[in-house]
Design a protein around this ligand. Structure first.
Ligand SMILES: [Zn+2]
Length: 298
């Protein structure tokens, strides 16, 4: 065997060993606060991670109640990924009481937050930043950086996957913008149960009207509903959308009062189960946008 061949052979062998070592390393246990983040972590982490979502698909992250099993899941985690912007109130306390001392990735870090004034006059931060895909791309990169730090052996793979995923998210953003482009400004209105589409509306020039505020924990007031009904009638809005994780009665009552149709459920704060219409972050946009466009066209 020539010296050069021997070297190549040894190097190949060493590379194969390194790959085997990486493949043998058990996946990093990652806990995500809700299903949309869990999907993002899976996209970026691939086979390197084992992801658990505290709030399951179709679950409401605003109404999260810790289960005893969540404490155990969190205690065994190598990384906790949260949204931030005030979405995870009770969850932060859960992380403290589980004894979790691991790294926490705030996926929305670097997002320009939207604030809004609630009925009582209080200024609150809108947590639904992922509804603007440009923020979603930032989430992907933040998650990739956190995974690379928590699991350095796979850092190159995480960073590469994070960049690929961010690019796919931005492609989706361009597609969404294209769908709304032919709709005249005056028709760009959507009505939903809770105010989860503020970032989405700001991104694509859509006015968003909602019965509830940015959380789902307060029932809408009779006065608020009456005002919204009047606005829906005045603007000839054709459909009222309910989110997959909110109480459908509000949208139904609103639509009935205003003489509008109840649209198919749209996905705001939670994915559908795997066999449903929006099992991934990107499929949320592919599902919601045609429904919004059809309602705007009337
Ligand atoms: Zn929400």
């Amino acid at each position: 065997m020539r010296r050069r061949d021997l070297m190549t052979g040894l190097l190949t062998l060493a590379a194969a060993r390194a790959t085997a070592a990486r493949a043998d390393t058990p996946p990093l246990p990652v806990v995500a606060s809700f299903s949309i983040l869990a999907d993002m972590v899976r996209e970026v982490g691939g086979p390197g991670v084992a992801v658990t979502s505290l709030v399951p698909p179709d679950g409401d992250p605003h109404e999260y109640e810790p289960k005893p099993s969540d404490l155990r899941t969190l205690a065994a985690a190598g990384l906790l990924v949260v949204n931030g912007l005030g979405l995870e109130g009770r969850m932060t306390r859960l992380a403290d009481s589980s004894g979790f001392r691991g790294p926490v990735c705030v996926a929305s870090q670097g997002v320009k937050p939207r604030t809004m004034t609630e009925d009582g006059g209080a200024t609150v931060t809108d947590p639904h930043a992922w509804q603007d895909p440009r923020n979603g791309a930032l989430y992907a990169r933040n998650i990739a950086a956190a995974l690379a730090k928590a699991d350095p052996a796979r850092s190159d793979a995480y960073r590469a996957a994070g960049e690929r995923y961010a690019a796919a998210i931005l492609e989706t953003d361009a597609w969404v913008a294209q769908q709304f482009a032919p709709i005249p400004q005056a028709r760009r209105v959507i009505v939903t149960t809770h105010d989860a589409f503020g970032y989405f509306g700001a991104r694509y020039g859509i006015r968003v009207l909602a019965a509830e505020g940015i959380s789902t924990d307060a029932e809408p007031s009779a006065k608020g509903i009456a005002r919204l009904v009047a606005q829906v009638k005045r603007e000839h809005v054709r459909a009222v959308f309910l989110e997959n994780m909110t109480d459908p009665r509000i949208a139904r009552a609103l639509a009935k009062e205003a003489g509008a149709a109840v649209g198919e459920p749209v996905y705001s704060d939670a994915l559908s189960p795997p066999d449903g219409p929006a099992p991934t972050y990107l499929s949320i946009f592919r599902h919601n946008v045609p429904l919004f466009v059809a309602a705007m066209r009337g």
